[in-house]
Design a protein around this ligand. Sequence first.
Ligand code: NAD
Length: 478
Amino acid sequence: MKLQNYISGSFIEPDSGEWMEDYSPATGEIIGHVPKSQKSDVNKAVQAAKDALPSWSSLTHVERSEWLDKIADNLESKYEEIAQLESKDTGKPISLAREVDAYRSVKNFRFFAEIIRNLESEHFEMEDANNRIIYKPVGIGALITPWNLPLYLLSWKVAPAIGMGNTVVCKPSELTPMTADLLMKAIHEIGLPKGVINLVHGDGIGAGSPLVSHQDVNLVSFTGGTSTGAIVAQSAAPSFKKLSLELGGKNSSIIFNDCDLDKTVPGVVRSGFLNQGQVCLCGSRILVQESIYDEFVERFVNEVENMKIGDPSNEDTKLGALISPEHLLKIEEYIHIAKDEGGTILTGGYPCLPKEFEKGNWIAPTVIADLKVNSRCSTEEIFGPIVTIHKFSSEEDAIKIANNTRYGLAGSIWTTDLEKGNRVAEQIHTGMIWINTWLHRDLRVPFGGVKDSGVGREGGKWSLGFFSETMNICTKYD
Ligand code: NAD
C-alpha cells in the first residue's frame, strides 16, 4: 500500500515525492509506504481547514452530529477491515484489535454524535439579568496521535473536534498509518464537506512540528510521549494555542491482603500486559501487601506464563509483537538495567516462534521482583511487557510508593474493603483510579493525567469544553 495525504477532499502525494517504509511488527516485512510530508504539505492542509471553517462552523450541533453518525455507520461497515489493518500495522492480536480498536473507533463517533446532538446552552439567572453560555468552535485543530491505539485515539479527537464545529489537520504516527488512511477513505465515501478533516502523514520533525507551530492552528490535541509533549507545548506557547497533552504513565496496581485473589490475579495480569504493555494506563508496577505477597506472586507468574504469545492473526493469541526494533531494544535495555539494579527476573525471555516471525519484534512478558521502589525500572515509563513487583506493609506505605514517580496518569486498587479503596484512591496523585477493575471505560468521564502525564482533560463534556470556546452573553432586563 502506497498511502497518500488527504487534503481538501483529495488524496494527494507529498510535495517531497518521498515515502517512508511501514513495517509489520510481527514479521519485519514492509507492508506499506507512508508519505514523508513536510512544511509545504502541512501548509496546504491548514489552508484547506481554514477554507472549510466558515461553512462547517455555521452548521448546527444537530447537523454536525448527523455527520458523526454517518462516519460511524461507514466505519461500522468496515469493522473487520479496521481490526485486520490495525493488527497488521501494530502487531497486536486480532481479537484485541476487534474488541478494543475497531469497537472504540466506531463508538467514539457514535458517543460524541449523541452528546453533541443533546448539547444545550446553560443559563444563569440573576435578579435583573440572564447569562447564557454558548459553545463556539475554537478554529483549526492539530490532532497528533501515537502508535499504540491508532484509530481509537484519532477518532477520540476527531469526533469531538469536528462535532464542536472546528476543522482539523490530523498527523497520525508514522509507524501506524493504515487505519488513519482508512478513516479518510470512509469520510471521502460519505462526502463529508472537503477540508473539514485533512490528514498529513509523516514523522514528528517533518510534519508534526510545522503543524503544531503553524500560526493559523488554534488548538493542539496531542497524545504521545512526555518528552515530545514538552516540545509540542513549547511550539504551541508563543501563539497561545489551546493545548491538551495526554502523555506517558507509570501506573501502580495496589493489591491489599483482603482482595479477592481469583479476580485480582487475572485483572492485574490484564492491566500489566494488555497490548503487550503498550497502553499508557497499564499497571506496570505492582504493589502487593506483604502477607499475601508469596501467594500472589506465584499465581501471577503462573497466569502470565499461560498467556499465548505469537501470530497476531490467530484468534487465541493474547500477546503480539512490539511496535518496532527500536522499541524492542529499549525493552531489552530496561531488562539489563533491572539486573544491574539487583532485580530477579521471575519470568520472561524470548518466545519460541515459527520462522516467519524471526525478523519481528518479540519478547515474552517479563516479571521482575526484588527491585527497590525508587529504582529506574520501577519509576520510569517502559511502555512494554515488563512489570515490577514490590511489597508494601500498610495503606500509608502503598500510597507513598504509588506517588513516588514523576507520572500521574492512572492506577488500580484491589480490595474487598471499598471504603479503604476509596480512601486510598483519593490520596494517589493521578487523574484516574480504578477499584477492583482496570480500563473499565465510561466515555462520559474525564480522562487525563497530572504531573508529567499531561495537561487538561478530555472525555465527555471535558472534550466538548476543550474543543470549543465558552462564551457568556449577559442580557440585562428592563
Ligand atoms: P511520540 O511522542 O514519539 O509520538 C507521538 C506523535 O507525535 C507521533 O505522531 C509523532 O510523529 C509525533 N511527534 C514526534 N515529534 C513531534 C514534534 N516535535 N512535534 C509534533 N509532533 C511530533 O510517542 P509514541 O512513541 O508514538 O507513543 C508512545 C507514548 O504515548 C507513550 O509515552 C505513551 O504513554 C503515550 N500515550 C499516552 C496516552 C494518554 O492518553 N496519556 C495514550 C497513548 C499513548
